[in-house]
Design a protein around this ligand. Structure first.
Ligand code: SF4
Length: 458
């Protein structure tokens, strides 16, 4: 049975239209700026607005933001983005329509010993999590608040990794543990998500979760997104490859295209993606399949798109979908409304987004949020220009030190926002420097990239 949840004035789930959402990146305590940005996002097509609430210090601001928006006639459902803290989640649950928690770090501890738990220790950890979550269910039930169980590949608990590895299966299991706890508490007002910056991981984890829920006869609504997708063409291609592949397969009820750009840029592309996938599904079910795969596993996609967003949506969705089903090796686009250079560039970018062919550096960058304390959009552009030519290397550019190191999960190197206007350099999850001015951090990054290139060539 597919369930439907009500989030303010929006119904989400089985048979309901797919809902487009986005997230503010202002400081939540800056009420004026956050209200203004939320209104711009709604004007650009956001049907739900998520706001970060890192600590109890932002809760009062969250309430003021909601009151200001409602006073001004803006009734968009609001979502509080909470990672760690039961106290923050409980406080937000009586204010906004939906609260997002991360099962990887909500209550679960993160010590190395947790990777080797016995069955009884594992069960005790689950019982503790269930006991800590119960008050949140009670508050949500009282206020009609929806909970999103938002699993991120980069912040799985050590307990789960110890049992299932750092895998898509671990992501799905992490969410299913929470589903079970919710059901034990007769709490069904939930939405789930599986996010990763790796398109294949995000698709596989979501498919697994969907199958697990189907096998248990209750399918809750799913939120789709490729996290840390980056900006520009790359960010749109990655997002469309992951989200579009799942939508084509009939999975997903709400989406966020997360870009390292102003959040009001996200929603027009998200709506375009939803519309183009609907058209593709209609064409396919009418027997007009707009692509084929030859014996060399080259996928050829034909598109009648007249603008770039629609072309990206068509080709990346089909590529993500087919690459997940049966691996493809190459991509050709036939689209009469575009020149060959544009098509070639798009082929390369989509092949890179799906990690089928890595012809340049991959950049993993978060959309930023109220936790970011430096100008991540300008910094990303500089990093992209300076480090473009390390094919196969993955570089992260992340907004904050709280979640950044975990969330750029499979980057080789990265810079992560530290103090005001400063960044810290990482190798994988290993912190290499203190807070550095940006120029010094780039020199360190260059050293690391050159060393990587020398070792790579050896
Ligand atoms: S990594 Fe980026 S999006 Fe995630 S919490 Fe930090 S600043 Fe916000």
């Amino acid at each position: 049975m597919d369930t439907v949840v009500k989030i303010g004035n929006i119904s989400l789930g089985s048979g309901c239209p797919i809902v487009v959402q986005s997230m503010t990146n202002t400081d939540t305590n800056d009420v004026e700026a956050t209200v203004a940005q939320a209104k711009r996002m709604v004007a650009a097509g956001a049907e739900m607005v998520r706001i970060t609430v890192p600590t109890l210090h932002e809760v009062a601001a969250l309430e003021q933001i909601k009151n200001r928006l409602r006073h001004d006639g803006c009734n968009v459902p609001l979502i509080a983005d909470v990672h760690f803290s039961p106290a923050v989640a409980e406080a937000c649950a009586s204010i906004v329509e939906k609260v997002r928690v991360n099962p990887g770090n909500y209550v679960d501890r993160q010590s190395a010993a947790d990777e080797n738990m016995s069955d009884s220790e594992y069960q005790a950890a689950l019982d503790k999590m269930a006991a800590k979550a119960k008050p949140l269910f009670d508050i949500c039930r009282e206020h009609g608040t929806v909970l999103r169980i938002g699993t991120n590949h980069g912040s799985l608990s050590r307990r789960i990794i110890g049992r299932y590895g750092n895998t898509p299966l671990a992501m799905a299991q992490s969410a299913m543990e929470w589903v079970e706890i919710c059901q034990q508490n007769q709490f069904d007002n939930i939405v789930l998500s599986m996010k990763s910056s790796n398109v294949s991981t995000m698709i596989e984890a979501t498919q697994l979760l969907h199958k697990m829920m189907t096998d248990r006869s209750t399918v809750y609504p799913l939120h789709l997104g490729v996290t840390e997708a980056g900006a520009g063409l790359e960010g749109r291609c990655k997002s469309a490859a992951g989200i579009g592949a799942l939508l084509l397969n009939g999975i997903g009820n709400t989406i966020r295209v997360s870009l390292t750009e102003p959040p009001e840029n996200e929603t027009p592309f998200a709506h375009c993606l939803v519309n183009r996938v609907e058209k593709l599904k209609a064409d396919i079910s009418a027997g007009q399949i707009p692509y084929h795969i030859d014996e060399h596993r080259t996928l050829t996609v034909c598109s009648d798109a007249t603008d770039m967003d629609a072309l990206i949506a068509d080709v990346a969705s089909i590529t993500g979908y087919e690459h997940y089903r049966e691996k493809i090796r190459n991509l050709k686009i036939e689209a009469a409304n575009f020149d060959q250079n544009t098509l070639q560039q798009l082929e390369d970018t989509i092949l890179q987004a799906c990690r089928i062919k890595m012809s340049r550096t991959e950049f993993i960058s978060c959309p930023s949020c109220g936790r970011t304390r430096y100008d991540i959009m300008s910094v990303l552009e500089i990093v992209k220009q300076r480090f473009a030519n390390y094919p196969g290397l993955k570089i992260g550019v992340m907004g904050c030190i709280v979640n950044g190191p975990g969330e750029m999960a499979d980057a080789d190197f990265g810079i992560v926002g530290g103090g005001e206007g400063k960044v810290v350099v990482y190798r994988g999850k290993e912190r290499l420097t203190d807070n550095l001015p940006f120029d010094e951090a780039l020199c360190k990054l260059e050293e690391l990239c050159e060393e990587w290139k020398r070792n790579f060539r050896r």
